[in-house]
Design a binder for this molecule. Structure first.
Ligand code: FPP
Length: 226
């Protein structure tokens, strides 16, 4: 079986850069390049949705220069790939708190413009988790329901998550040898298979992705049954 939705925790950019004697941001830039070939490769295989953890709510505590570079990378990525997304009927979703004052108006505008221009597509989805934290996403969803006086159920929570419509995550891939979820898609990954590799994110080739798919194929998923 092929996963319909894969979540990527793109870890190890800093260590990769350090090994080359380069600043951490060099690793992030290399990491962003990985997405370019990877999305096409996995969509061609038949995966529907790809979620990427690009910037967490905790990442604001990194040095100012690194934060700026990460934000710039996202804007650059969106600008570069919007024509391809439109051509390939790929929907761009940005999951996270985009209302934050820390995000500049210009960044917000550029991102939202791309999101709107691709919002009708359903075939392929690229979901970038930006200023994202899973606990905050759940709290946000529950508060939205309470404010409208609606009942809180699993379904209603799901419909109010930033990832509404993307479905559960089948497979989480985390690179660089760390084995934790770090507040990434906690609700959506309740039954996800977790794949950890020592490979650092900038070295994550399409072949590495195929290894993860092969590993997933051999998992026996029972969803609590037998
Ligand atoms: C974790 O590695 C990675 C991040 C916090 C950012 C990931 C962002 C990108 C790959 C590029 C931006 C993405 C898009 C969509 C343009 P780390 O820096 O914590 O690595 P380390 O653990 O080796 O220090």
């Amino acid at each position: 079986m092929l996963p319909k939705h894969i979540g990527f925790i793109m870890d190890g950019n800093g260590r990769w850069a350090k090994k080359q004697g380069k600043p951490r941001s060099f690793g992030h830039a290399k990491g962003a390049e990985v997405l370019e070939g990877l999305c096409d490769h996995l969509f061609e295989k038949g995966v529907r949705c790809l979620s990427f953890y690009a910037f967490s709510t905790e990442n604001w505590s990194r040095p100012e220069e690194e934060v700026k570079k990460l934000n710039d990378l996202l804007v650059k990525f969106v600008k570069k790939f919007l024509p391809t997304f439109i051509k390939n009927k790929t929907r761009l979703v940005i999951s996270g708190d985009l209302t934050s004052q820390r995000i500049s108006d210009s960044t917000r505008k550029k991102i939202m413009n791309a999101v709107e221009k691709t919002s009708e597509f359903t075939e392929h989805i690229v979901n970038i988790c930006y200023n994202y934290g899973s606990r905050s996403e759940i709290v946000h969803a529950v508060n939205a329901l309470l404010e409208r006086g609606e009942s809180v159920t699993e379904r209603s929570i799901e419909e109010n998550l930033w990832t509404n419509g993307l479905g559960d995550v089948d497979l989480i891939v985390r690179t660089s040898g760390e084995q934790r979820l770090s507040n990434f898609l906690l609700w959506q990954s309740a039954y996800a298979e977790l794949y950890f590799t020592d490979c650092l994110w900038p070295d994550f080739t399409n072949d590495e992705a195929d290894k993860a798919l092969m590993w997933f194929e051999n998992r026996k998923r029972t969803f609590g049954g037998v």
